[in-house]
Design a protein around this ligand. Structure first.
Ligand code: GTP
Length: 596
């Protein structure tokens, strides 16, 4: 029945050529003609093009005739970045095979290994593919060996291609048909379809991407999202070929989309199961979980008036991106704004960039922090999303932080530098393996807060850009953490509190106090800037008193010049925040927050 169907993903490290290969497959199967071919069709968000990273999984159906037989090949695109692990795993659950794509020059990278392991966990057939064999410095034989050492693939099975020139792509299509098993599943069984992606269309609402595992879904039926518990009518269903192509039904083994007049992506959960509303007791497919926000930061409009504008912009974003969340937050220093949760650092960067592109709001962003857990003296476990919520030291029984397992792949020359870096970041080494004669994979357990801080940048800079990092969550572990506050004349500045390791508190406290001192203008009285843990002061700086008279310079009688100066000072005041009796400019907060 479904013997002619093949469902597969391409997994690859960023820039190894996934989008280019997808383009070639579309072209060689005649799905898209060369003339109509816009390069890199699958990366359709403008921002993705800008950043060159596939953010959201997409799917496309290719029809292909080989040896007189018609085949239906469904290519499911997956994001390559660590932040989107869960989405990758849901896409893999919809496939029977993967193309494991590795650059013939760069070789195996950290994300390649992580994603290949994920494919193995899903028992998928792996076709190793070496891309960019046209490059002058291509070293396909060595890369095949690296793949064997790190991933256990057979060098003889590697398909060698150039996604750029098209060499080897026909052989790859043969390998897909020959080696990837067709889907199993009974079209007459009760409907079970996996939601593996969704996007938002301004006219049609949510478009839900599904893979039918069992049964058949038809236009006009009433379906049910089993985990979300909501019922909807199927208004349209179909396939992407690559444009939307509606049809009457999708059967077990097929991949396509559903449109049900759903107004927000928040109602569609990736990993959810679609069943028939009428069928009682349909079992949900395994592996569902809610996206976990690992990184938080505050976003504030730099001018208080933009608050509603910022809220509207955030709401628009959330409709399109269910893994992003936000809630209102008030900060004494920065005014009204929002606390926002992200899957990881890259996700945060993308959201921020979209906000800037799509609205005119000028943003202040507070330093990113991770979610901590505290067991208080009453034995309750409390989840902490912002430093201000950490209770006083006397109330804390145990302070816990998220730990991630980091895999770093580097050329052998840089092993020492990476070890030093990971140790400085409180990492605990778990293993060290050699992938070939030249490269090694180091595995460390490191606090997520240290990774979020700047680990990725540091790895790049101490390996001349050759090192790659991937991480996965291990869990929460107790640590000697403290909340460090910044006080100005005895008043706590909420936006500047941070959670850090006790051993780092002195150094960080001194640095912030010094920086803030430099940014505070002199007042009529002395201003004390202190860093403190609970009531214990760990650093102090003093801004000396000075009587400031801006018009003193205007010795002449030019009254207009005096007025101008006073006006300027008044405008400056609007951007001042009062901390107790001390006025601090927004610029000062931004300077301290930008790299504290
Ligand atoms: P992300 O979407 O960022 O994950 O990247 P990707 O893996 O989709 O890579 P993409 O297809 O964007 O290719 C990255 C770069 O490699 C582009 O500049 C391509 O033109 C180039 N490239 C892809 N395949 C080949 C190839 O076979 N040979 C050569 N010489 N260059 C290639």
């Amino acid at each position: 029945m479904s013997a002619h169907i093949r469902n597969f993903c391409i997994i690859a490290h960023i820039d190894h050529g996934k989008s280019t290969l997808a383009d070639r497959l579309l072209e060689h199967t005649g799905t898209v003609t060369l003339r109509a071919m816009k390069s890199q069709l699958l990366d359709d968000l403008a921002l993705e093009r800008e950043r060159g990273i596939t953010i959201k999984a997409r799917a496309v159906t290719m029809r292909f005739n080989r040896g007189g037989k018609d085949y239906e090949l469904n290519l499911i695109d997956t994001p390559g970045h660590v932040d989107f692990h869960y989405e990758v795993s849901r896409s893999l659950a919809c496939c029977e095979g993967v193309l494991l794509l590795v650059d013939a020059f760069q070789g195996v990278e950290a994300q390649t290994v992580a994603n290949a392991y994920a494919a193995m966990e899903h028992n998928l057939k792996i076709i190793p593919v070496i891309n960019k064999i046209d490059l002058m410095h291509a070293r396909p034989d060595e890369v095949a060996e690296e793949m064997m050492n790190s991933l256990g693939t057979d060098p003889d099975e590697c398909v060698r291609v150039s996604a750029k020139t098209g060499v080897g792509v026909d052989e790859l299509l043969d390998a897909i048909i020959e080696h990837i098993p067709p889907p199993t599943g009974d079209p007459d069984a009760p409907l079970q379809a996996m939601v593996f992606d969704s996007n938002y269309d301004d006219f049609r609402g949510a478009i839900t991407y599904i893979r039918v595992m069992n049964g058949t879904v038809r236009k006009g039926q009433k379906i049910r999202f089993l985990r979300a518990g909501s019922n909807h009518d199927v208004i349209e269903l179909g396939r992407f070929a690559p444009a939307r192509e509606s049809c009457e039904e999708l059967k077990a083994g097929q991949v396509g989309y559903l449109i049900c007049n759903i107004k927000s992506l928040g109602d569609v959960h990736i990993g959810d199961t679609v069943g028939l509303a009428s069928a009682q007791g349909t079992t949900p497919l395994p592996g569902y979980s809610r996206p976990k926000r690992m990184v938080y930061c505050g976003l504030f409009p730099s001018d208080g008036q933009d608050f509603t504008e910022l809220r509207d912009a955030l709401e628009r974003l959330a409709i399109n991106d269910p893994s992003f969340e936000f809630e209102p937050e008030t900060s004494e220093a920065l005014g009204f704004g929002f606390r926002c949760g992200f899957l990881g650092l890259l996700h945060m960067e993308i959201v921020q960039q979209r906000l800037e592109n799509e609205s005119d709001v000028d943003l202040v962003q507070t330093a990113p922090n991770v979610t901590y857990e505290i067991i208080n003296k009453r034995g309750e476990t409390v989840s902490i999303r912002k430093p201000q919520d950490v209770p006083d030291p006397g109330d804390i029984e145990e302070f816990r932080q998220p730990i991630v397992r980091c895999s770093v792949i580097v050329p052998n020359d840089y092993i020492g530098a990476i070890m030093k870096l990971c140790q400085e970041r409180r990492g605990i080494q778990k293993s060290q393996e050699y992938l070939g004669a030249q490269r090694a994979m180091l595995t460390y357990d490191i606090p997520l807060a240290e990774v979020v801080y700047d680990l990725h940048d540091k790895i790049k800079s101490c390996t001349k850009g050759y090192g790659t990092l991937d991480y996965e969550m291990v869990g929460y572990e107790p640590a000697d953490l403290v909340r460090m506050d910044i006080m100005v004349n005895g008043n706590r500045v909420d936006a500047l509190s941070v959670v850090c390791h006790r051993a780092d508190a002195d150094r960080r406290g001194r640095a912030v106090a010094k920086k803030l001192k430099a940014e505070i203008e002199r007042h009529m009285f002395e201003v004390a800037v202190q860093a403190a843990i609970g009531s214990r002061v760990i650093a102090r700086e003093t801004v000396p008193a000075m009587r400031k008279n801006v018009t003193a310079k205007c010795y002449g009688g030019d009254i207009t010049r005096k007025r101008k100066l006073l006006q300027k000072q008044k405008e400056g005041k609007k951007r001042m925040k009062a901390i107790g009796n001390v006025e601090i400019s927004q610029k000062a907060f931004m300077a301290v927050l930008s790299d504290s």
